[in-house]
Structure formats: structure tokens, C-alpha cells
Design a protein around this ligand. Structure first.
Ligand SMILES: NC(=O)c1ccc[n+]([C@@H]2O[C@H](COP(=O)([O-])OP(=O)(O)OC[C@H]3O[C@@H](n4cnc5c(N)ncnc54)[C@H](O)[C@@H]3O)[C@@H](O)[C@H]2O)c1
Length: 321
């Protein structure tokens, strides 16, 4: 190789190392999504007037999605099981945006009652005449050890997170980091998210003749929400005994902003997480042996903490006492 070219390449090494260090410390999403958030289409320009259906709109990520979509001028269908909570979210959407009452349809829906979904969809089409974006966000997590968990819990997780989430149209589906990797205490949850990834990754390719249909999958790491309060345990309807502070997790606002950037820029898979979780995604993708080493080390602590009665999430990096 020409010695001049070698010298130029060597001179670029510090720049490359600096970029990598900055990414490793500050990045909270994959590079495509971060680039789109800096140089891509703006959600407030692209979402105005679109009809967007959000499931799981009564709390956490879905609630924040509703507020940011309303501020972008999207017309909304808000769905989850509790109508009073949806009315509360609608009220706040109207207060914080220029939308009118008729721009937001509150449509209570149980994702487990699949026989009702066709009628609900017809109701939306009758009301708005179209659905531009469906955001499959509703779901529940899990905090229990496989050996202690009833089969009904696994059935419920697949019914809700996977089967309750199928649909048609332009679809954004909220998966998880555990849709790409595994995590102890979440065997059924992780399986349901892997099923989602497999289903939508296959469907996306089947629909390549329809380039206007975007099938997009979001894989968030830990995000502030009610997810731990609402998680399944080893027995159906038994609440999680210890829910620690969620404050160390990524803010819901930031996660949702990146999700909207992703959808308006046509990004098919989005990784959204603070460090060190984001680096973990890359480790799983490019260095599985290292990823397994880390998973086994951290996962062991997570199980020990859980068995000691600590909140498995906030105690993740602490030793059981
Ligand atoms: N918060 C996180 O750390 C995190 C990380 C990765 C993925 N996710 C995913 O994000 C999505 C939203 O979760 P969240 O963190 O906002 O939790 P959350 O518990 O605050 O919100 C979940 C929403 O889903 C709804 N829901 C649950 N069961 C339902 C049912 N049977 N029918 C209709 N609606 C139902 C709830 O009412 C609520 O509105 C979920 O799919 C979750 O798996 C969350």
C-alpha cells in the first residue's frame, strides 16, 4: 500500500477512536436512528393529520406516545382496557395540542379478546375512514423463575404479547431488547417478544411489493413506565412483590421521541437504550461469545437478587445481601 495512504489512515485512527468512545458513552439508540434524529425527517412535519392507533395508551410508553403524537397533530385512536384512564389521557392530549375533541377516539379494547378486534377496526374505519399507522404497544412483562412459573402464565404472555398484537396496515410494533437477547426472570416474556420479531421480520419481506407499508419493530431497553408493576409473576394475577424506583431507566419522553423519528424516517428496526444496555445489543449482534459471558455474569446476580427479595431491575448491578 502506498505509504502516503497508510499515513492518512493512521492519522484517522484517533478520530475513529474518539467517535467510538463518544458513541459508547453517550449514544442511546442505534446509529441509523441517531443519524435520523439529527438529519432526518421531523415527526412534527410528517405526522400531522395522520390517523394513528395506539394500543396500551393508558400508561407508560403508550401514554407518552399519545401526548407526543397529539403535539405533532396526528389524529388518534386510544386503546387499552380502562376507559377512564383513556379519557384522562385524551383530556391531557387536548390540553397540550391543537387537536379538537373529534380528533381523538377513545376505544377501549382488551388485546386478549381477539374476537372483538374486527368490530373495533370497523368502528375506527367508520369514524376516521382510514388507519395510517397502528402502534402495537400494549403488553405485559414477567418477573418469575421458570421453575416456579405456572404454564398458564406462559400461555397468557404469548396470547397477549404475540397473538394479541397481530394486525394489518402500516405497523409499528414495540418489542424489546429481550426480543433480541434473553433475560433471566423473563423466559415467557422474552419468548413472546422473539415470536413478535420472527413474525414481523417475515411479514416485512412478504410485503416488499407494497413499499408504502412500513413494518417497523422497536427494541427498547429499560424505560420508565408501569411495566414492572404490571408484570406477570409465577401465578396468574399475583402482583410483583417488590417494585423499586424506575428513575435510573431511560425517560419515556426520549424513548418515544426516538420511536417517532424512526417511524417518520421509515426505519424498520430500532434499538433504543441507554448505556451500557445499548452496547449489549451490539455485543449480541457481533460478539455472541462475549455477550454470553456478560449475560451469564449479570444474569446470575439478577437471579440472586430476585431470590433475596430485591427488585430485580433496580438491584441488577448490586450483590444480594
Ligand atoms: N418499559 C420498559 O422498560 C420496556 C422495555 C422494552 C419493551 N417494552 C414494551 O413496551 C410496551 C409498553 O409497555 P410499558 O413499558 O409502557 O408498560 P405499562 O405497563 O406502563 O403499559 C402497558 C400498556 O399495555 C396495556 N395492556 C396490558 N394488557 C392489556 C390487554 N390485555 N389489553 C389491552 N391493553 C393492555 C396496559 O393497560 C398499558 O396501557 C410493552 O409492549 C412492553 O413489553 C417496555
Amino acid at each position: 500500500m502506498d505509504s502516503c495512504l497508510v499515513a492518512v489512515l493512521w492519522s484517522l485512527v484517533p478520530l475513529y477512536v474518539t467517535v467510538c468512545v463518544i458513541f459508547a458513552v453517550f449514544a442511546d439508540a442505534d446509529m441509523t436512528l441517531l443519524w435520523a434524529s439529527v438529519a432526518g425527517q421531523r415527526p412534527e412535519r410528517k405526522l400531522k393529520g395522520l390517523v394513528v392507533w395506539v394500543t396500551g395508551a393508558s400508561s407508560g410508553i403508550g401514554e407518552e406516545l399519545s401526548y407526543q403524537l397529539a403535539q405533532c397533530g396526528a389524529r388518534l385512536i386510544l386503546s387499552s382496557r380502562r376507559e377512564n384512564e383513556l379519557q384522562r389521557v385524551k383530556h391531557r392530549c387536548l390540553q397540550s395540542s391543537n387537536l379538537q375533541d373529534e380528533d381523538i377516539l377513545v376505544l377501549p379494547l382488551d388485546l386478549l379478546e381477539r374476537q372483538s378486534h374486527a368490530a373495533k377496526t370497523e368502528a375506527v374505519i367508520k369514524y376516521f375512514g382510514q388507519i395510517d399507522v397502528l402502534i402495537n404497544n400494549g403488553g405485559r412483562s414477567q418477573r418469575s423463575l421458570f421453575l416456579e412459573t405456572n404454564l398458564e402464565v406462559y400461555h397468557a404472555l404469548m396470547e397477549l404479547n404475540f397473538l394479541g398484537t397481530r394486525g394489518s396496515g402500516s405497523i409499528m410494533t414495540v418489542s424489546s431488547v429481550v426480543g433480541l437477547a434473553g433475560a433471566p426472570l423473563a423466559t415467557g416474556y422474552s419468548a413472546s417478544k422473539h415470536a413478535l420479531q420472527g413474525f414481523f421480520n417475515s411479514l416485512r419481506t412478504e410485503l416488499t411489493d407494497y413499499p408504502n407499508i412500513l413494518i417497523s419493530t422497536v427494541c427498547p431497553g429499560p424505560v420508565q413506565s408501569k411495566i414492572v408493576d404490571n408484570a406477570f409473576t409465577e401465578v396468574l394475577d399475583k402482583p410483583v412483590p417488590t417494585v423499586g424506583s424506575q428513575e435510573y431507566k431511560m425517560s419515556t419522553r426520549r424513548c418515544v421521541h426516538l420511536m417517532l423519528v424512526g417511524i417518520v424516517n421509515g426505519i424498520q428496526e430500532m434499538w433504543i437504550a441507554q448505556q451500557p444496555f445499548l452496547l449489549f445489543y451490539y455485543a449480541w449482534q457481533y460478539t455472541p461469545t462475549l455477550a454470553w459471558f456478560l449475560t451469564n455474569k449479570l444474569g446470575k446476580k439478577r437471579v440472586q437478587n430476585f431470590k433475596a427479595g430485591l427488585d430485580a431491575d433496580s438491584a441488577y448491578f448490586r450483590k444480594a445481601s
